[in-house]
Ligand binder design. Structure first.
Ligand SMILES: NC(=O)c1ccc[n+]([C@@H]2O[C@H](COP(=O)([O-])OP(=O)(O)OC[C@H]3O[C@@H](n4cnc5c(N)ncnc54)[C@H](OP(=O)(O)O)[C@@H]3O)[C@@H](O)[C@H]2O)c1
Length: 254
């Protein structure tokens, strides 16, 4: 039986960094399965990773037939998935009124539906001490005016992860929600988002977020938060009425 890690969103940013760090620190893995739409970027990553064999899946996870392709590959290989990382995601900024509903649905398809389906497809192949790492966001903790649909999609992920974590506890499988603040990746450019001064002040490198996430996942933690900005938001969210915080965010972010 093959021992693998499976990483979605592996063509750039946080997902790509997960592949690099997993390849260099998990010697017992036979392969890393990497998923994203951009095949050329996955091939480039394959060239860079010397330590491990990569298996490339150029899939659009918003498409049902592509998810079925993954289902078929898993059923054929029956690997043991030691680490599952769901990092594929996208975000579009702007008020809810200003958004095109098709873009909104695409975002929900990738951030919520694909993450849910990929996780469900992998469940039969996870064993005791396997780790599920879901790349969520600090915006999961509070509604975010001006980024409302994205933040709501990430709240879904957090709720899903918490329930799954409890369901899998007896099996010895952990679920870690990684909730970073702004990270220096292609994310903002891809979503046509201009970073405001507040977010630019707290921008961090993906390497640090991923290092902490892998550490926290191995420790079986339900949450992994790198950086002061999200810790502060989470703390204030517990301390102050949400109406007050939302009003403040509306003034700062809109
Ligand atoms: N950057 C931030 O500030 C930040 C903060 C908090 C949370 N996050 C979360 O972190 C995760 C990774 O984002 P990132 O910052 O690394 O951004 P990124 O560099 O834009 O990476 C996004 C990844 O998702 C993949 N992806 C997008 N749509 C896809 C689809 N339909 N099918 C398959 N793969 C798809 C992209 O690959 P292809 O384009 O090749 O398909 C890419 O590999 C996301 O879930 C994001 O919400 C990011």
């Amino acid at each position: 039986m093959k021992y693998i890690a499976l990483v979605t969103g592996a063509s750039s940013g946080i997902g790509r960094e997960f592949v690099l760090q997993i390849a260099s620190s998990y010697s017992s893995l036979d392969e890393i399965w990497v998923l994203a739409r951009r095949e050329a970027s996955l091939q480039q990553l394959e060239k860079e990773v010397q330590e491990k064999q990569l298996r490339i899946f150029p899939l659009d996870l918003s498409k049902k037939e592509n998810l079925e392709e993954l289902e078929t590959a898993l059923a054929k290989e029956k690997p043991c998935i030691r680490i599952l990382v769901n990092s594929a995601g996208c975000g579009r900024g702007g008020t809810i009124e200003s958004q095109d509903w098709r873009d909104a649905c695409h975002m929900l398809d990738v951030n919520c539906r694909a993450l849910t389906v990929v996780t469900m497809l992998c469940l039969p192949y996870l064993k005791r001490r396997s780790r599920i790492i879901q790349v969520d966001s600090g915006s999961a903790f509070l509604p975010q005016p001006g980024f409302g649909i994205y933040a709501a999609s990430k709240s879904y992920v957090l709720s899903f992860d918490r329930a799954l974590g409890v369901e899998l506890r007896k099996k010895g499988i952990s679920v870690t929600s990684v909730c970073p603040g702004p990270v220096d990746t292609e994310f903002f450019r891809a979503g046509g988002i201009t970073l405001n001064l507040l977010k630019r002040m707290f921008l961090v490198k993906p390497g640090k977020v991923v290092r902490k996430a892998l550490f926290d996942a191995e420790a079986g933690k339900a949450l992994s938060i790198y950086g002061i900005s999200v810790k502060a938001v989470r703390f204030l969210g517990k301390l102050l009425p949400h109406e007050f915080l939302l009003g403040l965010m509306g003034r700062l972010l809109l």
